[in-house]
Design a protein around this ligand. Structure first.
Ligand code: ZN
Length: 210
């Protein structure tokens, strides 16, 4: 009989209402879930599954241990440039907090500097910090915009995310080709002209859903 493998990192204290489960490792709990789904957790294909799921979930939620402000503070530069900076088609994978199923798509980020810019490679990293948590697409969009606003106080920030949600595609209404578009516009991006310039630059990327 396969024994649950010891956890790889310290287990966080169980939430108040779950005190009774605090003696069980994460892998033991995944093993129990497999059993309740009607599976035999000891069969060959599943024996290592609790360990794999634990590691995979730790990776998919590693954003909880990362600090967006810290990442951005390490890569800010003074500039004399006040045109739109845009980073588009950033790949994004996240988990919806309602079903813990993936949603994935593309993120487009733009801002107009006010004396400072962020190293371009940090923008995809910033997206990762917030995407690697349990999320809703609307909050993810807002958090990316707010983090940039807070770090460099630009004239404005715009973030657009287009994503497909497996919780919609695989279950429930099964709208397999629908994508969800969310946007957050801060400062000068609330003005019609700036917003339209940003959106037309995003559209010309050919990703098509906006
Ligand atoms: Zn969902």
């Amino acid at each position: 009989m396969a024994q649950p493998i010891a956890v790889t990192k310290p287990v966080r204290r169980a939430a108040e209402s779950r005190e009774g489960l605090s003696g069980f490792s994460t892998q033991e709990m995944y093993r129990e879930i497999l059993f309740r789904l009607g599976e035999d957790p000891d069969r060959d294909g599943l024996a290592m599954t609790p360990e794999r799921v634990e590691k995979s979930m730790a990776f998919l939620t590693k954003g909880y241990e990362q600090d967006a402000g810290k990442i951005l503070r390490g890569a800010m530069f003074d500039v004399d440039y006040d045109e739109m900076v845009i980073v588009r088609d950033i790949e994004m994978f996240s988990l919806c907090e309602h079903h813990m199923l993936p949603f994935f798509g593309r993120v487009h980020v733009a801002y107009i500097p006010n004396g400072k810019v962020i190293g371009l490679s940090k923008i995809p990293r910033l997206v990762e910090v917030f995407a690697r948590r349990l999320q809703v697409q609307e909050r993810l969009t807002r958090e990316i915009a707010d983090a940039i606003q807070e770090a460099i106080s630009p004239q404005g920030v715009g973030v657009v995310i287009e994503a497909r949600h497996l919780c919609m595609m695989m279950r429930g209404i099964e709208k397999q080709n629908s994508s969800t578009v969310t946007s957050a516009m801060v400062g000068c991006f609330q003005h019609k002209e700036t917003r339209s310039e940003f959106l037309s630059l995003v559209r010309s990327s050919g990703s098509g859903a906006v």
